[in-house]
Design a protein around this ligand. Structure first.
Ligand code: ADP
Ligand code: MG
Length: 267
């Protein structure tokens, strides 16, 4: 299911299907020394989808997101994000250049917020559009104000991160990632460091973005969010996707043993 009109899609790049696929990962292998973290993983995300990833700790969820947005090189397979393809066998020079481009196609939100501590809320959000996109200050500020308003932080433009709650910092981090206008947003356990009230604030912002048709890949333990907001749930286990499906099917009729075990632990 996609929420964006197909007519809004740019022309599809060769090899990524009929224009609906925005992320296509095939045969992804990632090793850390002798440890094979991802063992030939395949996963596809359509434009406008909210794909949630659930799986036990250590099953490679963060590693997968890091490979997706170019923070991590890999040993085999290919990753395509918004028409840009990175292959394990690419020469380092090509790969590094392409990884930087991939990075701009996928905004990332981390568990630990990672705001620039010495910068105000507004400065945090205008930094990348100014420095990476070369936007002039005025349009960068205008964009930042609009996004901070959208995440409910429009009245804290001059605050420093240390004066904000975790939930507020995470909402600024979301605005900061959105400021690069990436076609895809990746969230790595964005509420794991937050208490239930702050978790609710952040999930509300994410639901709002999903409702607007933003393509999102979300690693989360927030099962009520996964059930309510996602179009597809992917269950990770032992370096692979053990099953994928709409949330109702995965939660009400889990078919793989690993999914049943996982759900019995978290529900
Ligand atoms: P998850 O996010 O699902 O909890 P991760 O992707 O963080 O899992 O980690 C998967 C496995 O890879 C774990 O066993 C972890 O210890 C290992 N790992 C992750 N990053 C590194 C690294 N930089 N060096 C060595 N091992 C790593
Ligand atoms: Mg992780």
């Amino acid at each position: 299911m996609t929420r964006t009109g197909a007519s809004a899609d740019p022309a599809p790049a060769a090899g990524i299907g009929p224009g609906r696929t925005i992320i296509e990962v095939s045969g992804l292998v990632k090793r850390h020394g002798a440890l094979e973290v991802l063992k030939g993983l395949d996963l596809t995300v359509a434009r406008g989808e909210v794909a949630t990833i659930i799986g036990p700790s250590g099953s490679g969820k963060s590693t997968f997101l890091r490979c997706l947005n170019g923070l991590e090189a890999f040993q085999a397979g290919a990753v395509v994000v918004d028409g840009l393809r990175v292959e394990a066998g690419d020469p380092a020079a090509v790969r590094n250049r392409t990884l930087r481009q991939v990075c701009r196609r996928a905004g990332m939100v981390f568990q630990s917020f990672n705001l620039f501590a010495h910068m105000t809320v507004l400065e945090n959000v205008i930094e990348a559009p100014r420095c990476v996109l070369g936007l002039a200050r005025e349009p960068a500020v205008e964009r930042a104000r609009r996004l901070l308003e959208r995440v409910g932080m429009g009245d804290r433009l001059d605050a420093l991160p240390r004066h904000l709650s975790g939930g507020q910092q995470q909402r600024v981090a979301i605005a900061r990632a959105l400021a690069m206008e990436p076609p895809v947003m990746l969230f790595d356990e964005p509420t794991s460091a937050l208490d239930p009230k702050m978790t609710g604030e952040v999930l509300a912002v994410m639901s709002d973005l999903a409702g607007d048709g933003l393509t999102m890949v979300v690693v989360t333990h927030a099962m009520h969010f996964a059930r309510r907001v996602s179009t597809t749930v992917h269950v990770f286990g032992d370096g692979r996707v053990v099953e994928s499906g709409p949330p109702g099917r995965i939660f009400d009729d889990p078919r793989h043993e690993a999914t049943r075990t996982l759900l019995s632990q978290v529900l």
